[in-house]
Write a protein that binds this ligand. Sequence first.
Ligand code: AMP
Length: 302
Amino acid sequence: MKIVQTVEALRQWTAEQRAQGKTIGFVPTMGFLHEGHMSLVDAAKRHADNTVMSIFVNPLQFGPNEDLERYPRDLERDQAMAESRGVDLLFVPSVSEMYPQPTKTVIQVSGVTERLCGASRPGHFDGVATVVCKLFNMVQPDYAFFGQKDAQQVAVIERMVQDLNLPVQVVPCPIVREKDGLAMSSRNVYLNDEERKQALVLSQSLVEAKEAYEKGHSPEEVKQSILARISGQPLADIDYVDILSYPALEPIETFDRSFLIALAVRFGKTRLIDNLLITEGRGREKHAANDDECQNTPSYSY
Ligand code: AMP
């Protein structure tokens, strides 16, 4: 596995690959890798000749009171994991390599960023869209792989790619979970034992929500039962619970389209997100956690 820190070295390598007719699959990450990230690498290897992974903790997407400084990092371990899983090139730029001067150009995707994390983390998706656009321009991948764990992020990136005619195919991939259901996240290491135990309420409430939806409950009823279930855990501090159409991420009154049930809950200092994506109406849904293949955008029908 080749490791590069500069845009110039990255471009040289990708140009060589393209000259040989090789396709490139790209997996952008913030590092502290886990099986969720690795599933994106597996998907990239299935789709493309070469897999490029980036590790960059992007300051632009963190708010002033968020965890930029303490975000977990372990480059040595990440390198070993990426290499053993078959990443061909690891791009690890510094902040000054990515932002040699304060950026005056920001990509702002409206609409899909109005609710959920877009509302509770102002500016977050401007930072995400801007860095992903920059990374796409640096890597020029044929395919780019994103986890449905960050379902709103997928919607934002897909919309940006459509609106700006970026020549890349976005491939959303299912959520990877721990055996007990907790969605994998680099931030899970922040949790103490009790928080980790109570955090299981997220995935459990989504499983119950799916059952309630299948029994014919309305979105509002399902939302209220999730709120009640999560509030039952004393350490849970709910940021949001919402049920929206997907990928437009607009409020719905009935379950007649593809929709997303999304949660953000704090346990102590740790803010966790989880979600359940149900596609194309009743009877054709599939829990993202049970999928074993990535879904090619823009079709979410199974
Ligand atoms: P991050 O390093 O947290 O920015 O995540 C990098 C990529 O990995 C994003 O596309 C995430 O959605 C994806 N990802 C993170 N956790 C998971 C997970 N548990 N399952 C699937 N994808 C994930």
